[in-house]
Design a protein around this ligand. Structure first.
Ligand code: DGL
Length: 271
């Protein structure tokens, strides 16, 4: 278990690929002194339709790889891995681990006025029922409406954020939950914050879009304060990015998710 002596060590974050960089972006804003080791499993992305058994195996291997970098905590930035593997990881590893589901659910329950919350996510995240479970734990009177949106991830990776095809796909996917009269929509996937413009347009001004990335950053900050693990040293953070496929594609697309370029990208080889 890391102690305050470990405060200068980096935060480990992982995702199935690039999408978790939306969480890195928020952490950079909230905790600019922290160093980050980011693992993007670019060789095995997407996770969104895979089974729990596979996601647990992948996640376990990644946490092991991150621990070699002596990370003081781990953030599971991927919604699918948070839904399917977080509980197992917490039992197996002796390092603080947080996911994105609980913070996202908490934020949505705080935002809704009519107690009707929509969730959009990958198929595996929706199937796990974890968002609904976390929401109902906080407020049993909330009604939850879920919709898997598997085409959104490839559309974002293609850079089609405001493309008319994306708009049409969103209209199809969101028709039912829009009809249900929700006032809050959880963007339950790392990629969806990049579709805010289209999603906002389709859902209308009365529906608030909840993206868990900023809430996760607040939770990381609280955890580091409570455990006396905040990095005190000022100066450039010097993040490290590790990918399981060749780094070129990651370097090229990272700017979309992070809002800036990435340096120090390394290749991880599974044994
Ligand atoms: N990172 C995944 C998530 O947040 C989306 C991409 C994938 O399917 O791997 O669920």
């Amino acid at each position: 278990m890391p102690t305050s002596n470990h405060s200068q060590q980096p935060i480990g974050i992982f995702d199935s690929g690039l999408g978790g960089l939306t969480v890195v972006k928020e952490l950079n804003l909230h905790l600019p002194n922290e160093r980050i080791v980011y693992f993007g499993d670019t060789a095995r992305v997407p996770y969104g339709g895979k089974s729990a058994q596979t996601i647990i195996r992948y996640s376990r291997e990644i946490v092991r790889a991150l621990l070699k970098y002596k990370v003081k905590m781990v953030v599971v930035a991927c919604n699918t891995a948070s839904s399917l593997a977080l509980e197992v990881l917490k039992k197996e590893f002796n390092v603080p681990i947080i996911g994105v589901i609980e913070p996202g659910a908490k934020k949505a329950v705080g935002v809704t006025r009519n107690k009707k919350i929509g969730i959009i996510a990958t198929s595996s995240t929706i199937k796990s029922g974890k968002y609904a479970k976390n929401i109902l734990k906080l407020d049993k009177d909330v009604r939850v409406f879920s919709q898997p949106c598997p085409l959104f991830v490839p559309l974002v990776e293609e850079g089609w954020f405001a493309h008319k095809v994306t708009y049409e796909v969103a209209q199809q996917y969101l028709a039912q939950i829009k009809k249900a009269g929700i006032d809050t929509l959880i963007l339950g996937c790392t990629h969806y914050p990049l579709l805010k413009e289209v999603l906002g347009h389709v859902m209308g001004l009365k529906v608030e879009l909840v993206d868990s990335a900023s809430e996760v950053a607040v939770k990381v900050q609280e955890l580091l304060i409570n455990k006396k693990l905040l990095r005190s040293r000022l100066g450039p953070a010097g993040h490290v990015f590790i990918v399981s496929d060749e780094p070129e594609q990651f370097k090229r697309l990272a700017i979309r998710f992070l809002g800036g370029g990435v340096k120090n990208v390394r290749r991880h080889h599974y044994v």
